[in-house]
Design a protein around this ligand. Structure first.
Ligand code: ATP
Length: 299
């Protein structure tokens, strides 16, 4: 039950939107697609779903291509949100659920459950146009999962949501994964992917610049972060051997260092200088890795 992309390329005229992308997306896991604007995430999703022709390469799911026959097994939250504004939430979801082969009563039972979960049961008979953009997004998420798909593709599911709704949606996505759904989602935000995904791919201008398991990616990066809070000046560490990046913070500094050994040297260098309140060696963040690989600051 794996989604496999083999050397997939998509060209629009002269422009290459996705360039020789090969991936194995494990079943029943959450897989993160990261990348800046125009990196090729949506194009990849559309090719996976069969909405766009592949220029070169192959995509298979459980050894077969994805087409309309499988739509009841797949859920998709597209980047461009689109519900019928004049329909009520109930009519909208019943219509979409039936398209996916569900009985009306089953759709209503599931819908009630989701609206309760998202703490908006009063939306059942409201027209979509009466809801805020963020709440419309929650309804569209429900439309993508109402039929309990095996494979769920979410294009920027958290964009435009306030922090409370982001957490609510994250919890829902984690529960779906625990129930056995295979989930692929895209994001501009490293922290969402870092928190939710064991496996990921970073796309940059159509090229996969980093891919694999989060743990392996972090380990192979080698470099570490070192956080030091001290009651004496730490400026001397700015040019210290093994220090790649120095960032001054309120209570001390945050360093990117070449390896663990450098932290030992720094530890010794602090001896006798005064009180050290914090000395923490940390894994690099996905943000650090992205900055190095893609060469752009990206929070
Ligand atoms: N139908 C199309 N015709 C021509 N070019 C396209 C088409 N769709 C996408 N592109 C181009 O392909 C590239 C990748 O676009 P895509 O929408 O896949 O990026 P993305 O990573 O989803 O970006 P964003 O985060 O901004 O949504 C872009 O340069 C875009 O302009």
């Amino acid at each position: 039950m794996t989604l496999i992309l083999k050397d997939v390329t998509k060209r629009f005229g002269q422009h290459t939107a996705v360039d020789h992308l090969s991936l194995e997306i494990p079943a029943k896991e959450m897989f993160g697609f990261l990348g800046g604007n125009g990196a090729g995430k949506t194009t990849t999703f559309r090719m996976i779903l069969g909405l766009l022709d592949i220029t070169e390469g192959e995509i298979s799911w459980n050894g077969d291509t994805i087409n309309y026959d499988k739509s009841h097994l797949i859920g998709y939250l597209p980047e461009e949100r689109g519900l019928y504004p004049k329909l009520t939430v109930k009519d909208q979801i019943v219509y979409l659920g039936k398209l996916r082969g569900m009985q009306k009563q089953d759709v209503l039972t599931e819908l009630d459950r989701w609206l309760e979960r998202f703490k908006v049961p009063e939306y059942l008979n409201k027209k979509v146009e009466e809801l805020s953009k963020g709440n419309q997004q929650k309804i569209q998420f429900i439309s993508a999962v109402i039929h309990k798909p095996e494979l769920l593709i979410l294009d920027e599911p958290f964009s435009g949501l306030d922090p409370i709704n982001v957490e609510m949606l994250k919890e829902a996505v984690v529960d779906l994964k625990e129930q056995g759904t295979s989930i692929v989602f895209s994001s501009h935000q490293m922290d969402h992917v870092e928190e939710l995904c064991k496996h990921l791919c970073i796309l940059h201008k159509g090229n996969p610049v980093v891919q694999g398991s989060l743990r392996d990616i972090k380990q192979s990066f080698g470099k570490k972060n070192l956080v030091i809070h001290a009651e004496f000046p730490l400026e001397f560490l700015r040019d210290y051997p093994g220090v790649i990046r120095y960032k001054k913070v309120m209570e001390g500094c945050e360093l990117q260092i070449e390896n663990e050994a450098a932290s030992q040297d720094i530890f010794k260098a602090l001896q006798g200088k005064g009180f050290v309140r914090k000395f923490d060696l940390e894994e690099p963040s996905l943000n650090d890795i992205f900055i190095e690989k893609v060469g752009a600051s990206y929070e």
